[in-house]
Design a protein around this ligand. Sequence first.
Ligand SMILES: Cc1ncc(COP(=O)(O)O)c(C=O)c1O
Length: 386
Amino acid sequence: MDMTAVLDDVTMPTYRRWPVEFLSGEGAWLRDTSGDRYLDLMAGIAVASVGHCHPKVTAAISSQAASLVHVSNLFLTRPQAELAGGLADMTGGMKAFFGNSGAEAVECAIKLARRWGGSRRTIVAAEKGFHGRTLGALAATGQLDKQEPFEPLPLGFEHVPYDDIPALEAALDDEVCAVILEVIQGEAGVLVPQSGYLTEVRRLCIEAGVLLILDEIQTGLGRTGRLFAYEHEGVAPDILCLGKALAGGLPMGACLARPEIADAFQLGDHGSTFGGGPVPSSAAIAVLEVIDEEGLCERAKVAGERLMKGLEAIAPHGSVVRGMGAMIGLELPDGGARSVVEACLERKVLVNDIGDKVVRFVPPLVISDDEIDHGLGKLEEVFDAI
Ligand SMILES: Cc1ncc(COP(=O)(O)O)c(C=O)c1O
């Protein structure tokens, strides 16, 4: 059966899929229908941080699925309470709202900031930033090509250049209730701001009395070498958005907020039928335990350094390699990122392209040195052929 044709016939044409059908995964590896193994250096776009089918996560999902899958948020469930408790411990006591995706975490953050802000409604975001595809998150996203076809978008968003403190300062007038930023701009091509940027942003937000919302949907949960990327600068947000790796591949997003801000929400202000259900919550508890038990923050740092050094050594002349921990972008001087991805796929290595110029590496954090070297060997073949 030609799955590409089947999927194209019955699903909306929003994705360009590579013609590979995967059947199983283990650690940093995936296996396709022909039995071929692929080294995964993209982790389902920064999701499979603890690796594919980690036994502890699989066991948590299976055992929860065998006892209770759904009751709604109108009743008590232990996994959600345990997960929220764990996240509170990790964030200095933040309170959680659970949804089913990163975009939903951002939607919750926007609503909460506006509820907290009262008559102050404007949210300042960064150009090139990415916060999701739902209309509110899209309004926060600073990419006109993604926004324009779907206008009118919700009002009350203003965009300033990323990594530009004077521009942010100028935007913080008395209409603003919050600033939303990624700590590293992932979908823009893994753009890392200058050191000290976040510290200055935090200072400005305090001075202006506005909330700082950090979108750590991609950078969070160990990927950059710390549990949260904001820890690199020793600052903390007022509202924190998580998703992607949180439930090990099950759909889950979380919006966390300092209690005095979270308590601006009133009964009925927000909701989600599935959010924080027993199965994704159990998976997320297991993911957080694995990150801790297996030292995956440190592993992200060490593995990321090895991968980055290796890429610097083999990338075509004029390339720029940037990132933090196991979140790396390789910008090619002459573009052609998609052909690099394709040539890697032919050699059974998965990476992904951002625009025409950037190849992104966000491998599972459990990846071993040998696996990284295997990937680098294949990439070297690809670059040699350019
Ligand atoms: C920083 C950031 N925010 C939000 C999102 C949206 O997450 P989701 O696709 O789960 O809605 C993404 C997804 O790539 C992201 O990278």
